[in-house]
Design a binder for this molecule. Structure first.
Ligand code: FAD
Length: 288
């Protein structure tokens, strides 16, 4: 019978000490919506489980100094319902509201979603388009890792074994900024993304950010397409044509595979279609 040793730290200091002391066989657990499934399947059997759910002060959303800070223990339900997130970073509210079922959203945390490093993670495509930073702590101190450099592959991150995520933060988007999130799955609810897109448009600077999930080993930003948009948007005499060109270029950022949910060819088609839809809605004010 599987009987792990449980640690229940009440503070971050206690949590980093507990995961440091646990050695190779220790794992953090927050909402447990990913890890409990793996344990039940026998895929993961950590000897020590460090339960973060009692650590104070790292749930919820804080807005201060022009930044939005998500505590690692903030649940998808909390983030999706937060008024400032909904108003200024609507793509993140929509992404969190697209996670699983109501039960999953009320237990699953954003820290767990990021640490789990699934290329299909809903919050991650939105946070990538918001240029998020991941805040990391261990007994050696803290560090900030840009989300763009956080993932190494499916299930793999730059986190050391004894590090934990304390939160994710990003600049508060301007009041006229626009955003877009869409997840295409095999059905409308309780579906893993076949392709997801998180996108932002800042009309003041004439810049867009386009991030895609489930089309590569990690979330990807369509940097070349973003650069084309930034260089031509202000002077373009034919913005609908520019939007089409940017969407076609965005597809080049994807390197999808065939899997049980969809073919690579279908995913490539979706990336271009979703990029075009997002740009039409955010930048031209038209529906695709
Ligand atoms: C039925 C069901 C449907 C789902 N649907 C979706 C979906 O539609 N979209 C989606 O994106 N996900 C989905 N998920 C996956 C899951 O709910 C999310 O990834 C969730 O955000 C994980 O958070 P958690 O707190 O439950 O993580 P846990 O399961 O507690 O942990 C997950 C991993 O992250 C690590 N971890 C947790 N917190 C930290 C931290 N602070 N620092 C460092 N490491 C940490 C753990 O060690 C573990 O490796 C679904 C899961 C289920 C069971």
């Amino acid at each position: 019978m599987y009987e792990p040793v449980w640690r229940h730290p009440k503070s971050l200091d206690e949590a980093v000490k507990a995961i440091g002391d646990a050695g190779e066989s220790g794992r953090l657990i927050a909402g447990g919506t990913d890890l409990a499934v793996l344990i039940r399947k026998g895929v993961s059997r950590p000897d020590v489980l460090v339960d973060l759910s009692g650590v104070c002060g790292h749930a919820g959303v804080t807005v201060a100094d022009g930044r939005i800070a998500l505590g690692a223990l903030a649940t998808h339900a909390e983030i999706g319902a937060h008024p400032v997130v909904r108003e200024r970073a609507g793509l993140l509210a929509r992404a969190c509201s697209a996670v699983g079922s109501a039960q999953t959203r009320s237990r699953g945390t954003v820290g767990g979603n990021v640490a789990n490093a699934s290329p299909a993670a809903d919050s991650v495509a939105a946070l990538a388009a918001l240029d998020g930073d991941v805040h990391v702590l261990s007994v050696r101190g803290d560090r900030v890792v840009p989300l763009a450099g956080f993932f190494k592959g499916p299930g793999a991150t730059v986190l050391a074994r004894d590090e934990l995520i304390t939160g994710i933060s990003f600049d508060l988007p301007g009041s006229d900024a626009r955003s877009y999130y869409r997840k295409v799955g095999q059905r409308n609810a309780l579906a893993i993304a076949i392709v997801s897109i998180g996108a932002t448009f800042d009309p003041e600077t004439g810049t867009v950010r386009l991030a895609f999930g489930s089309v590569a080993p990690t979330v990807v930003r369509a940097r070349a397409a973003e650069a084309l948009f930034a260089s031509e948007w202000g002077t373009s005499g034919n913005r609908p044509a520019l939007v089409g060109a940017v969407a076609r270029l965005a597809a080049e950022a994807a390197s999808p595979i065939d899997d049980v949910r969809a073919t690579a060819e279908y995913r490539m088609m979706l990336v271009e279609t979703l990029a075009a839809s997002s740009l039409k809605e955010m930048c031209l004010g038209t529906c695709a």
